[in-house]
Design a protein around this ligand. Structure first.
Ligand code: PMT
Length: 404
C-alpha cells in the first residue's frame, strides 16, 4: 500500500481493539484514506466515535443502516477499498470468514470485496492453538488472505504465548513495505530442505531424521509473500508447495551442485537442510558382505553449502539454521559468526524435538539482536519466521542503500 490508497479497516470484538485506534492513526499519518467498519462486539471495547475522530469518516457497524443502505452503501464501501485489513481478527470472526458467513456488515464486506485482505489475529493462546482455529487459518491462507502475526508474549488474560495482535507500527510497516505482490514480491529465494543421503554401498546410506517439513513450510511462506522460490530438497515424502520450483537431490555433493548451478539472481538463501557433514570416502560399488566381525568406514568432509554461499562476493542475504542438542545460543552464535551469516535460527533438537515432528520452537539471532518463537506447528512458525526475515532483510537493504 502507498499514500493515497483507500484502506478499509475492520475491527472485531477483542481487547486488542484499542490497538486499532493507534493503527488507524498511523495509517492516516502515512497518507492513507481510512474507513472503519466495526462488529457489534467491537463497539463494546472501543466506541465508533473514537475511530470517527481519528479518521474523519463516519464509522459503519450496522448492515441495515437505512441512511447508508438506501444506496447499497456496503457495495460502495467494498468497491472503494484498495486494501481490506481486519485487526484485531477474533477467533470467532476468522471462523465466520473461513465459512463464508455474511450475517453482519463486516462479514458481508468480506464476501463482497475483491481487494487484497489481511487479518491480524488476536485471541487467547489456547484459542489460537485450537485445531478449529488452525484449520480456519490454513483455509484463509490458502485463499490468499495474508495473516499478520499473531505476536508472542504476555496476554491480557494472564496467559503467555502466541495470540497477541502485533503492535500497530509492525502492521503498518508490514503492509506499507510490501508491494502489491507481497513482502518478497520481485525477490528470488533459494532454500535447502530435508536430509541428504551419503551412499555406503548401492543399498545403504548415512542420513538423518529430517523430514523436510520445516524447509517446505518456509518455502510455502516465502512463496505466499510473493517470492520466486527455488527449493533444493533431499529425499522426503512431501508435496511441493504451490508456486515453488523444486529440485530433488540425494547427496550433499548433489545439493551443493544444484545450489551453485541455480544461484544466479538469488536475493536470499536459506539453509534449512540437515546436510550430512561427512560421506563415506570410498562407497562400494557392490553390496558390502558381512565377512568380518568388525568393519570400519572411512569418512571425508562434505562441502559446507551455506558457508560457501555466505562467502561469495556480492552474494545473497544468508539465513542458516543451527541444530543443537545443547548450549543452543552459544553454538548458534558461533555458527552465525563462523559462517559469516546475516541471521541464524537456533533449533534445539533431540528425541521428539526439531527433527521429524509437527511442531518446533526457534531462537532467531542476528548481529545485535534476537527473538524467540515458541513451540507451534511448523507452518505457523514459518510464517512468523518469514516476517522476521523480512524485517532483517529490509534493514540489510537500507544499510546498503536499497529497499525491499
Ligand atoms: O526437516 P524437519 O524434520 O522439519 O526438521 C527441521 C530441522 C531440524 C532439520 C531444521 O529446523 C534445522 O535445524 N535444520 C538445520 C540442520 C543442520 O544440519 O544444522 P547444522 O547445525 O548441522 O548446520 C548449520 C547450517 O549449515 C544449516 O543451515 C545447514 O543447512 C548448513 N549446512 C551444514 C552442513 C553442510 N555441509 N552444508 C550446509 O549448508
Amino acid at each position: 500500500m502507498e499514500a493515497g490508497n483507500n484502506l478499509l479497516l475492520g475491527v472485531t470484538g477483542g481487547i486488542a481493539a484499542y490497538k486499532s485506534v493507534e493503527l488507524a492513526r498511523l495509517f492516516r499519518k502515512a497518507g492513507l484514506n481510512v474507513r472503519v467498519v466495526m462488529t457489534d462486539a467491537a463497539t463494546r471495547f472501543v466506541t465508533p466515535m473514537t475511530f470517527q475522530a481519528i479518521t474523519g469518516e463516519a464509522v459503519r457497524v450496522d448492515l441495515f443502516d437505512p441512511m447508508h443502505e438506501a444506496a447499497m452503501g456496503h457495495i460502495e464501501l467494498a468497491r472503494w477499498a484498495d486494501h481490506f485489513l481486519i485487526a484485531p481478527a477474533s477467533a470467532d470472526f476468522l471462523a465466520r470468514m473461513a465459512n463464508g458467513l455474511a450475517d453482519d456488515l463486516l462479514s458481508t464486506l468480506c464476501l463482497v470485496s475483491t481487494a487484497p485482505v489481511s487479518v491480524a489475529p488476536a485471541m487467547n493462546v489456547n484459542m489460537w492453538k485450537h485445531a478449529a482455529t488452525r484449520k480456519n487459518i490454513e483455509l484463509l491462507a490458502d485463499r490468499g488472505v495474508r495473516i499478520l502475526g499473531p505476536a508472542v508474549g504476555e496476554q491480557a488474560c494472564g496467559d503467555s504465548g502466541p495470540g497477541r495482535m502485533p503492535e500497530a507500527a509492525e502492521i503498518v510497516s508490514a503492509l506499507m513495505y510490501s508491494s502489491a505482490e507481497g513482502v518478497f514480491g520481485g525477490k528470488k529465494v533459494m532454500l535447502t530442505a530435508g536430509p541428504t543421503r551419503e551412499a555406503v554401498d548401492p543399498v545403504r546410506f548415512i542420513s538423518n531424521r529430517s523430514s523436510g517439513r520445516m524447509g517446505f513450510a518456509l518455502a510455502e511462506a516465502f512463496a505466499r509473500e510473493g517470492a520466486e522460490v527455488v527449493l533444493v530438497s533431499g529425499p522426503v515424502s512431501l508435496d511441493t508447495p504451490p508456486g515453488v520450483e523444486r529440485i530433488d537431490v540425494v547427496s550433499a555433493q548433489q545439493m551443493h551442485d544444484a545450489v551453485f548451478d541455480n544461484l544466479s539472481g538469488v536475493d536470499l538463501f536459506v539453509g534449512c537442510a540437515a546436510v550430512a557433514d561427512y560421506r563415506p570416502e570410498h562407497p562400494s560399488g557392490q553390496k558390502i558382505k558381512k565377512n568380518a566381525n568388525r568393519m570400519e568406514l572411512s569418512l571425508v568432509r562434505n562441502p559446507d553449502i551455506l558457508a560457501e554461499v555466505a562467502a561469495l562476493d556480492n552474494g545473497p542475504f544468508t539465513f542458516g539454521f543451527a541444530a543443537e542438542t545443547g548450549a543452543l545460543e552459544e553454538n548458534a552464535k558461533a555458527k552465525l559468526v563462523g559462517k559469516g551469516l546475516h541471521m541464524i535460527a537456533a533449533n534445539l533438537v533431540g528425541e521428539g524435538l526439531g527433527f521429524d515432528v509437527e511442531e518446533n520452537a526457534l531462537q532467531v539471532l542476528w548481529p545485535g539482536g534476537e527473538t524467540k518463537l515458541p513451540m507451534q506447528d511448523k507452518k505457523s512458525l514459518a510464517r512468523a519466521l518469514v516476517g522476521i526475515v523480512a524485517q532483517q532483510y529490509s534493514n540489510h537493504l537500507h544499510q546498503q542503500g536499497g529497499s525491499v
